[in-house]
Write a protein that binds this ligand. Structure first.
Ligand SMILES: [Fe+2]
Length: 268
């Protein structure tokens, strides 16, 4: 393992008592705004996860409370980290069924956009799906596969796959497209845009196709990949062989966002 895995100075202790009234109020504003917006936009597992974890608007949740429930449901625990952590450490945590979460909340003037993840993104966006057994297994598997990718020099491809699924994924439901990606779940603007705008292309999920797609960290996506179930996601990741991916991916150029390569991959 690389030395960065030992960088445990990035791991911290939860200091929930340090949150101010303003912090809890920021959480409340974000929680209420997104809950309303997501009623008919998010996949049902998000709402279920929020309920099961008893995450509510009145205060920033305590990791210790969340962990008591999470541990019982799927064996996941939240690990408080100070900041963005290196990918190999991140994947190491996931492989141990640990989810690293930041511990600070954005300032009141940053409600609409924050480049780095904060506790609203991590806890409201990511944690609800960790009570879903299949999604929890998928996240653990992502940890193992991410470490494999790191060792195979394929980290960029693993990061791209993570981006278009865990952060910006959509899922097909009986009632139409729904959001499951945490990057969208925690963003007011993108949770409207991804389903209502004609600009982005919705494309059938295919792991290799995803990994060849360019992504942008500073603007809304112009391509979203659509799965049918979390099982589909788990199976696709399970079947990934980084040597095969390397051979196949080298044959194709990167794909710009906003286009479908053919009619078959489009979702209307
Ligand atoms: Fe995230």
């Amino acid at each position: 393992m690389s030395a960065t895995l030992l960088n445990h100075h990035m791991v911290t202790h939860e200091q929930w008592g340090n949150f101010t009234e303003t912090d809890h109020n920021t959480w409340k504003l974000l929680f209420e705004r997104q809950s309303l917006l997501l009623q008919k936009r998010a996949t049902k597992e998000i709402k279920l996860g929020l309920e099961e974890l008893e995450i509510c608007s009145n205060q920033i949740p305590k990791f210790s409370d969340l962990n008591n429930i999470l541990k019982r449901k799927t064996g996941f625990t939240i690990v408080p980290v100070k900041e963005f952590i290196p990918e190999d450490l991140f994947f190491k945590f996931l492989s141990e069924r640990k989810f690293p979460s930041t511990c600070f909340i954005r300032q009141p003037n940053q409600l609409d956009y924050l480049e780095e993840p904060d506790i609203f993104h991590d806890v409201f966006g990511h944690v609800p799906l960790l009570v879903n057994p299949i999604f929890a297994d998928f996240m653990e598997l992502f940890g193992h596969k991410g470490l494999e990718a790191h060792n195979a020099g394929m980290l960029k491809f693993a990061a791209t796959l993570y981006w278009f699924t865990v952060e910006f994924g959509l899922i097909q439901s009986a009632n139409g497209l729904r959001i499951y990606g945490a990057g969208i779940i925690s963003s007011k603007g993108e949770s409207i845009y991804c389903l209502d705008s004609d600009v982005p292309a919705s494309i059938k999920f295919n792991a290799l196709r995803v990994m060849k797609t360019k992504y942008h960290i500073d603007s809304f996506q112009r391509t979203y990949f659509v799965i049918h179930s979390f099982q589909e996601l788990f199976d696709a990741l399970h079947n990934l062989d980084w040597d095969e991916v390397k051979k196949t991916c080298m044959l194709f150029p990167e794909i710009e966002q906003g286009i479908a390569l053919n009619d078959q991959e489009k979702i209307y």
